[in-house]
Design a protein around this ligand. Sequence first.
Ligand SMILES: Cc1ncc(COP(=O)(O)O)c(C=O)c1O
Length: 374
Amino acid sequence: MASNYRLSDPESVPSPALLFFKDVIGRNIQRMIERAGGPSRLRPHCKTHKTREIVQLQLAAGVTKHKCATIAEAEMLAGVGVPDVLLAYPLVGPNCARLAKLVAQFPATSFATIADHARGVQQLSDALSAAGRRVPVLLDIDVGQHRTGVPPGDAAVALYEQIGRANGLVPGGLHVYDGHNHQESLVDRRVAVTGFFEQVLTLRDVLHKKGLPVPRLVLGGTPTFPVYAELTATFTDCELSPGTCVLNDHGYGSKFRDLCDLEPAALLLTRVVSRPTATRVTFDLGYKAVASDPPAGKRLVLLDFPPHEPVLHNEEHYVVECAEADRYVPGDVAYALPTHICPTSALHRFAQVVVEGRVVDQWEIVARDRMLTI
Ligand SMILES: Cc1ncc(COP(=O)(O)O)c(C=O)c1O
């Protein structure tokens, strides 16, 4: 596998380095659009890469609706001219006023957010009405992950009515994220989604009958992307919000065979820095360069490396036991596929951009910061 990704001149790249493969990213964007059934059905989440240039590639491909989790990501999206930004995170406290500032600072972008509690709705309403602004708020629906949201039912209707009455807010639709649906088989994921989707559609119909607008349903992440694409193919109010698959990683790639057309587009370039024992190889790939998620031992795959066991992961060191360790000396280059790319990319200020085996550019992971200007 490394042969598809090897650099022709790795000596020009200090390690550890995050590599983004531009052509692969472009192919993944096209495949996401094809799977969604058109760019207008996609609302990709930018938390995976937090990078302006990837958003610009998506915009150039016709994807105008985008999703994010932080004010900094929202500012990055608006800053590159995204017309429609959904900040899909419950805003509370001072972040409500930050949203009002964003709305004022980027008049060419329409912003929306989500809420799942009366107090959050009130705080948003206070901040936006004080700033003389109006923002669509999607009701966050809990369909089983129990992370945020309210279950479809009477409490959801009451909260949506509160959004409809609140100064500075307008009902924006329903937000449905099912990050717990990681079943390996597509059939099992389909069964899981159909188990709750009817209730979401019923809620939408009840709200319509009450005269409340439900302009959009924003659905899922990468694992259930194919399920929603199929289920809602003829719906005009549904948007699909995968994030990770634009870069992909070992976690999703090894688990979801049905998504194997989406290729890994981000790797880490690492070097052997020490050979402390006859059977040990130490790389410069500590957990400040590759995310400590999931548990140690499973955080990355060293491509085309002989059988080995990870034995130590420190801030700047990744140590493996390997019977063939004597094949390696300090300075040797290796490529690693992270298990979870989203927190890994956020560990790097820059990604080195590779085209046809050469680093041609570097892109700033600009929204790794919590705050840009707002
Ligand atoms: C609310 C929300 N939407 C969409 C996504 C994208 O999901 P995935 O990473 O599976 O592509 C996430 C991921 O964390 C999320 O939290």
